[in-house]
Design a binder for this molecule. Structure first.
Ligand SMILES: C[S@@+](CC[C@H](N)C(=O)[O-])C[C@H]1O[C@@H](n2cnc3c(N)ncnc32)[C@H](O)[C@@H]1O
Length: 360
């Protein structure tokens, strides 16, 4: 039985300013291309939607719309921490009256949000998590996620006044902590050099405030002739990993994924289905460890079980607990997008889908 810590802030406190932010951004919503849902057919075939479904990462609602259209009776709990996502959820709820309940908050806010809607343990039929950022977040310069579109160095998925932005982090973090953020969250080989460069820049600039300034600074830490390529062999900016690392840190993304997996196990019915889509190995490892039961003290074990020392004496109960999973995987190998999908939507290129059924 999981205990939920008192991790949530009073949600109502922020909701008005976030609502204003969303309303001010409606104009942009119409201009920017909304998010294209990734692996939509695969999601439907593994989720087999019926009853009450949590779309934990609503975004522009592409998956939710497909679910609603595929099953005329099911209802969606549409969660997103970003007010823009909630704006989309409110639009969808008008199109499908009585079938979409917009919920603004994070995975870790779910116990409070569900209590408000009288949703109890073991009551959901399906949970979908399509982790990471939406195209609206990546492509809107003002949100500060983009390397190619200059904007304020923000990167918050929930732009709550007073919560630290990426610029705030860079202005106050120690060099050692910055090194760790870049190394662990960005898997950046040049973490040491970049951390040094950013700290030195504090004495030259007043403060790093734009995405362009950060991208240029990271570029200056690399040797001139370095050209990186992504998985499709397309040129990739040398600051990609630095941006990823900061975004994960600013939004506490990995802890949130861990919470999300705990929430899914808590609120799904037995035989309820979980589908996850991840976009990099840090996200996928957390999902994989939860599904395989490699969870210690409610947290995905940082070590794969196969690397645990063979000489270590562990009693049966501990081994049993570490191997005891709430889940049964619904496929043998991780599911990847079809070639054609990657051609049509390059953002799907690093997607990995996993699906499991809750067995206890
Ligand atoms: C990849 S997009 C989802 C796109 C969506 N499936 C669609 O079809 O449009 C991820 C969304 O999840 C939201 N998100 C990320 N982490 C979250 C968290 N911890 N709690 C709630 N929402 C989160 C982001 O704000 C973003 O809108």
């Amino acid at each position: 039985m999981y205990r939920f810590k008192n991790i949530h802030r009073p949600l109502a406190q922020f909701s008005q300013s976030l609502r204003n932010f969303a309303l001010e951004s409606v104009e942009k919503l119409e201009v920017d291309k909304p998010h294209i849902p990734v692996m939509k057919d695969e999601v439907l075939s593994y989720l087999k939607p019926t009853g009450l479904i949590l779309d934990g990462t609503f975004g522009a609602g592409g998956h939710s719309r497909a679910i609603l259209e595929s099953s005329p009776t099911c209802k969606i709990l549409a969660l997103d921490r970003d007010p823009i996502g909630i704006q989309y959820a409110e639009e969808l709820s008008k199109e499908f009256p009585g079938r979409v309940i917009p919920l603004q908050g994070k995975f870790s806010d779910l116990p409070v949000l569900f209590q408000q809607h009288n949703i109890k343990r073991n009551s959901l039929d399906g949970v979908l998590f399509d982790f990471g950022c939406s195209s609206m977040q990546f492509d809107t310069a003002d949100r500060g996620f983009s390397i190619s579109k200059n904007g304020p160095l923000d990167m918050r998925m929930t732009p709550t006044p007073g919560e630290p932005t990426a610029a705030d982090v860079l202005a106050s973090v120690t060099e050692e902590d910055l090194y760790k953020i870049l190394k662990y969250y960005g898997e950046e080989k040049h973490a040491r050099k970049i951390a040094r460069g950013i700290i030195e820049a504090r004495y030259l600039f007043k403060r790093l405030t734009t995405t362009e300034e950060l991208a240029d600074l990271v570029q200056s830490c690399y040797a001139e002739d370095v050209y990186l390529k992504d998985k499709l062999q397309r040129p990739s900016h040398v600051a990609t990993k630095t941006f990823q690392a900061l975004r994960i840190f600013v939004n506490n993304e990995l802890n949130e994924i861990n919470y999300g997996m705990i929430m899914a196990a808590h609120y799904l019915k037995i035989a309820g289905r979980l589908v996850t889509i991840t976009f990099h190995s840090l996200e996928d490892t957390i999902v994989k460890r939860h599904i395989s039961g490699n969870v210690v003290a409610n947290t995905a074990n940082p070590l794969p079980l196969k690397y645990m020392s063979s000489t270590l004496q562990i009693d049966d109960e501990v081994v049993q607990e570490a191997m005891d999973s709430n889940w049964k995987m619904l496929h043998k190998h991780v599911i990847l997008p079809e070639f054609q999908e990657v051609e049509d939507n390059p953002r799907s290129r690093s997607a990995k889908m996993r699906a499991a059924v809750k067995i206890q």
